[in-house]
Design a protein around this ligand. Structure first.
Ligand SMILES: Cc1cc2nc3c(=O)[nH]c(=O)nc-3n(C[C@H](O)[C@H](O)[C@H](O)COP(=O)(O)O)c2cc1C
Length: 178
């Protein structure tokens, strides 16, 4: 299983969670970590390079902090530019077929805020539907997201544990059946 982690955080200097996840993942063998904002600070994406990275991996992980119930902007730009007709979808666009999409998301609000009647009203499952729909259209299997929620009050130990939990999760070959 070749794993590609596409990290989208616009301000890693001030990040607690995603920075720690990124640094821990970089130590992991057989995982390609791709820091999107470092690579494309001006949002000019090298589409061919990105498409080749996708072709070369089996499980595509999008790691990001939840911003306005979605991803930071560069990841949206990446989708708009990289998931082209004829590559990712359309009659001959089958390059991603059979791969997996995994989201690894940190949220400021706690898990209980993300439910019917909670502060954020809607479950995460509903809010990540655009990613799931994208996976569906591109023939990727959308596996259950890895979530770390209520991150503001996390202790250093909890943070470290989450990095280990993320690695174990993303390396699990059986995610599709979870
Ligand atoms: C612009 C912006 C938008 C945010 N929107 C949300 C949101 O919609 N829901 C939420 O739970 N947290 C939201 N947050 C909090 C972030 O998700 C949280 O700070 C982040 O996951 C922490 O990860 P980090 O330490 O890697 O930055 C937002 C933060 C920022 C800066």
């Amino acid at each position: 299983m070749r794993i590609l982690v596409i990290v989208a955080h616009p301000n890693l200097d001030q990040s607690k969670v995603n920075k720690q996840w990124l640094e821990r993942l970089q130590k992991e063998e057989n995982v390609t970590v791709h820091n999107l904002y470092a690579e494309y600070p001006t949002f000019k994406i090298d589409v061919e390079k990105e498409q080749q990275l996708l072709v070369d991996h089996d499980r595509i992980v999008f790691q990001f902090p939840f911003y306005w119930y979605s991803s930071p902007a560069l990841l949206k730009q990446w989708q708009d530019d990289v998931l082209t007709y004829g590559f990712a979808y359309g009659a001959t666009g089958n390059k991603l077929h059979g791969k997996e999409m995994l989201l690894a998301i940190s949220t400021g609000s706690p898990a209980e805020a993300y439910r019917d009647g909670g502060a954020n009203r809607y479950p995460m499952e509903e809010l990540v539907r655009p990613f799931q729909a994208t996976a569906n259209l591109c023939g990727l299997r959308f596996v259950p997201p890895f979530l770390l929620q209520g991150v503001l009050g996390l202790s250093e130990t909890e943070l470290q544990n989450s990095s280990e939990a993320l690695i174990a999760y993303m390396k699990d070959s059986n995610l599709a059946n979870k």
